[in-house]
Design a protein around this ligand. Sequence first.
Ligand code: NDP
Length: 293
Amino acid sequence: MTKNTTEKPPVSLLGLGAMGTALARAWLTAAHPLTVWNRTAARAEALGAEGAKVAGTAAGAVATSGLVVLCLLDDESVGATLDGVDLTGKDLVDLTTTTPAQARARAAWAERRGARYLDGGIMAVPPMIGVPEAGGYVFYSGSRELFERHREVLAVPVGTKYVGEDAGFAALHDVALLSAMYGMFAGAAHAFALIRREEIDPVAFAPLLADWLGAMAQGVHGTAARLKSGDYGKDVVSNLAMQVAGTPTFLATAEGQGVSPELIRPYFELMRRRLEAGGGEEDLTGVVDLLLR
Ligand code: NDP
């Protein structure tokens, strides 16, 4: 081992799927002593050749380092992997995608087992790991003290954003952003369907769409300000009454192009309900409240 290697904090990583393997390589590249474990042992071989210590069991990997990072398929696989493993005094960082409720339950479970717990939600795909300019990061929530203690090590593979002591908040932020992404993809799918049968080059259309979505995305700041103040009529540029009046044009265009309105119609329906409830001078902010059960 070089002097540099011994100076860096050791990490144990359980789970060597696509994401776990990318994380492992980043820590190895940064010369952190790394112990890895994977249920299917063959997936650890390449990393062993690259300098990782390969543990034969999950318990062995956990025992090797104070900091234990989990990157498994789902919460159930975390429970199965750590079943019966001594976690006393360990700092667990769980990057496995879960629901907020699962993360909170897992934090309480870890505490009962004598471990500290930090949950993570990864906002990156494997090729973004170890590539700072790619802009990926991980949301963290749970023990702030744990986050501060391991902040530098956790920042090696990808950026970090701490979002609160509630262990469920990382998962909640993760799912909230991804949910918005699916809404955006739904809108893009509808837009591509509208032009699909025309002599419009989708490759030429794509930058127009991306630029428009990017510009319109800035509207979330106004929505946030209105949600915070409770004044949904403040600084409204395009009021709801005008926007609802325009929806027949969108539906008729879809009809004319032979495109199903099934992706956009539910949103238009919420807009109409808010208008009927007296929100005509607002913008689209009131739709948020209609979704709350
Ligand atoms: P993979 O499907 O590539 O790997 C899954 C990992 O979980 C493997 O190491 C697998 O082991 C292990 N595993 C599954 N079930 C069990 C079990 N019952 N007991 C023990 N180990 C088990 O997934 P990724 O690496 O891509 O994803 C890992 C986590 O990262 C997931 O929670 C995912 O949502 C999250 N994530 C992934 C992203 C991505 O783009 N890949 C993006 C953001 C988050 P084995 O090799 O033995 O099957």
